[in-house]
Design a protein. Structure first.
Length: 144
């Protein structure tokens, strides 16, 4: 009888420990809130010249913040977990689409992140200009 109780307790601990491990692997929600809908692009007055990108930070595994000239910050959402494991010090790679340096729609931004020297291609889902209030509310470590 005593053996059965010890086995049950050990099994309960294993289940609780396993649930904690699964919870620890769940992705944390973005500090920026939910992402914009896929396909969201920029109106013509907010488009980015690719040459004007000055800095970036990785907010989470699918969100990058771009600092662009004239003190503007853009939120770029990418597919899946393309940015998982990347840090803000990892270089980003942008390629010029043929014939244009203007980024208005997600398809206009050909983006990759160099993680450990190996580029990881990202599919851009949305690009939005952040408001000054949204940028001011960012934690210091996320400001590009």
């Amino acid at each position: 009888m005593r053996l059965a109780i010890i086995t049950l307790a050990a099994t309960t601990l294993a289940i609780v420990g396993g649930a904690a491990a699964i919870a620890a692997k769940e992705p944390k929600p973005s500090p920026l809130g939910p992402p914009p809908p896929a396909g969201t692009g920029l109106p013509s007055g907010q488009c980015i010249r690719s040459d004007d990108i000055r800095n970036h930070t990785i907010a989470d595994r699918s969100t990058m913040l771009l600092a662009v000239e004239r003190n503007k910050t853009y939120r770029v959402t990418v597919d899946s977990a393309c940015l998982g494991g990347a840090t803000s010090s990892d270089p980003i790679i942008t390629r010029q689409p043929p014939g244009s340096r203007i980024i208005c729609k997600p398809i206009d931004l050909d983006l990759a992140v160099s993680k450990g020297g190996f580029p990881s291609q990202c599919i851009v889902r949305s690009i939005v200009l952040m408001t000054p209030a949204e940028v001011a509310a960012l934690p210091r470590k996320l400001k590009p």
